[in-house]
Design a protein around this ligand. Structure first.
Ligand code: COA
Length: 166
């Protein structure tokens, strides 16, 4: 189980700074969060992968589709990597795989990311991968006693299959 690493990620103030969710503080909370992710996957409503190096099974980050909007062939991504492994190109590699999976394996038409406007690392990562700014919602998210802007970035599939009505 990756419970220690999940707790490490979701309790890290630096990682969680722009994620807008409460910090986890106990293994029990980390377990409950993992159960939520598992349930989401079982319901086919999302999918979360653990990121690990090829020669070490320990989880260094997590990434995936937080949710699918099935009727619109759209998915929303999320990702985080431990500080010790940042700026080494791992999320670039991960995002490439996630996008490829979304368009080619699941058949999504568009992928979105909901980002804090101050999350420069994430915005640069998205722009580097062809995502463009699609919307800016002002103070639409209430967290920790203040209203935060949300910026939506998106990427359209280069493929044009015949999408059936779901
Ligand atoms: C955003 C995050 C996932 C990037 O992961 P990473 O593995 O460090 O990214 P990579 O090393 O693969 O970098 C890929 C690109 O992302 C951008 N990037 C990554 N970190 C950056 C930083 N600190 N400042 C500016 N751009 C950055 C750059 O464009 C970079 O390409 P380059 O190296 O050619 O300049 C990481 O900083 C993180 O986990 N942040 C905390 C969690 C988070 O905010 N998640 C996103 C919620 S929307």
């Amino acid at each position: 189980m990756d419970i220690d690493e999940v707790l490490q990620i979701r309790s890290d103030e630096e990682i969680m700074r722009y994620i807008g969710k409460p910090l986890l503080t106990t293994k029990a909370e980390a377990f409950a969060y993992m159960q939520e992710l598992q349930y989401t996957y079982m319901q086919k409503e999302g999918i979360c992968w653990a990121i690990a190096l090829k020669d070490d099974p320990r989880m260094i980050g997590m990434a995936g589709y937080r949710r699918f909007i099935r009727e619109h062939y759209r998915g929303e991504i999320g990702y985080a990597i431990l500080p010790a492994f940042q700026r080494k190109g791992y999320m670039q590699e991960t995002l490439t795989a996630i996008v490829e999976y979304g368009f080619n394996k699941i058949g999504l038409h568009s992928i979105e990311a909901n980002v804090d406007k101050e999350n420069i690392a994430s915005i640069h990562l998205l722009e580097k991968n062809g995502f463009t700014k699609e919307a800016h919602f002002k103070e639409n998210y209430f967290f920790n006693g203040r209203f935060i802007d949300s910026v939506i970035y998106s990427l359209l599939s280069p493929l044009q299959p015949n999408y059936a009505e779901p």
